[in-house]
Design a protein around this ligand. Structure first.
Ligand SMILES: [Fe+2]
Length: 363
């Protein structure tokens, strides 16, 4: 009997040691960050690496890729316009962060717009270092192309490692870019059930568009159906938020461009500008072009801020009559909304101000 008990204790001990070994291999490689934030609720998410797989082929090169798992938890019954601190209990300092819920009225708030962080990690790192010299925004709008290939598991921890200090202090609203491709990671990581969506923040309404037609369906008729359905949704969304002081739209592909080789590339987005004008959109934010561009057409501002790290493109043919500013440099845009004035500041990677303007709300 005594032998049996000792044997059982040994087994339990061995299993405990094995489980500790497995747990020891797990660590956070993304986040924490907060998504789907509203006046009443928020989801805290983080990405755990549970293991790593190496791949050896006929050449000397060995590839390695992590196994990732997205964890998240959703809080409800929150108070508007309140900062919350969170703590993932098993993660120590790596699991601490904070976020702010939006106001219900016209209290001041700020947000950051940037995009195209893929490819040159050193430049992406310098852009984020410059972002962190400014006040941390209440939330971040990323205009797409977070990684070079959204299906490549190993690329996501690189993106999140560079963004870590920013994202643990704010909320994140993603946009689909062409480099996210058909990746399931975007939906998984950011808890978004749809590739296009909208949200409210104080006196403003944000409409996030999925302009990536190429990977939206496997054939042309499928792509046309996807876009027709989305355009109907965009019109309904803008029409039903006419009482907001500001309407901001976000998409990866810009309707206008100063990059000669890309002019006329996105007729589906250029056609949408009719709706933007009809429903009094205050400003649109875009990426895809790796530079800074600002246009003003029929009362709508169009800002391309695709300077988050990817190789720069020339701005060699600015569209006549609508161009306010075009510069080929890495950048991001800070927006501060205070009542009926929204102040825009485009900042270059070297900290200099590229462009600065105000939009007064109609109301
Ligand atoms: Fe792109």
């Amino acid at each position: 009997m005594r032998k049996h008990v000792v044997f059982s204790i040994a087994i339990v001990g061995a299993l405990f040691a094995a489980s500790q070994f497995l747990l020891a291999a797990e660590h956070i490689v993304g986040g924490p960050f907060t998504v789907k934030v509203s006046t009443r609720s928020a989801t805290v998410a983080w990405i755990v690496q549970s293991d790593e797989v190496t791949l050896t082929g006929p050449t000397a090169e060995t590839l390695s890729s992590p196994t990732l798992r997205v964890e998240s938890t959703t809080f409800t019954s929150l108070k508007p316009y309140t900062r919350y601190e969170y703590n993932i209990s098993s993660a120590g300092d790596a699991g601490k962060g904070s976020f702010k819920t939006p106001p219900t009225g016209s209290e001041p708030y700020s947000f950051l717009v940037y995009g195209d962080n893929r490819t040159r990690h050193d430049v992406h790192r310098r852009v984020i270092a410059e972002v962190m010299k400014h006040a941390v925004p209440d939330f971040v709008v990323q205009t797409g192309d977070m990684v070079e290939n959204g299906n490549a598991t190993a690329q996501w921890p690189i993106f999140f490692a560079i963004e870590k200090e920013l994202l643990r202090q704010t909320s994140f609203f993603p946009t689909i870019g062409n480099h996210e491709r058909t990746s399931h990671y975007v939906e998984d990581i950011f808890n978004e059930g749809a590739r296009y969506y909208s949200f409210d923040w104080g006196n403003s309404h944000f409409t996030i568009i999925d302009s990536e037609l190429t990977t939206s369906a496997s054939n042309d008729s499928g792509r046309q159906a996807f876009w027709a359905e989305q355009v109907r949704w965009i019109e309904d969304d803008l029409k039903s938020h006419q009482k907001a002081d500001y309407r901001f739209v976000v998409a990866h592909h810009p309707p206008f461009t100063a990059v000669t080789s890309r002019q006329g590339d996105n007729p589906h987005m250029t056609a949408l500008t009719v709706l933007f004008e009809k429903y009094h959109v205050s400003a649109g934010f875009f990426g895809h072009d790796h530079n800074y561009q600002h246009y003003l057409k029929n009362g709508v501002h169009y800002v391309t801020a695709g300077g988050g790290g990817a190789p720069l493109y020339d701005v060699n043919k600015p569209p006549e009559s609508i161009t306010r500013k075009v510069v080929s440099i890495e950048n991001f845009v800070n927006v501060s909304v205070n009542g009926n004035i929204a102040h825009f500041q485009a900042v270059a990677i070297d900290g200099s101000t590229l462009d600065e303007f105000d939009i007064e709300s109609a109301s």
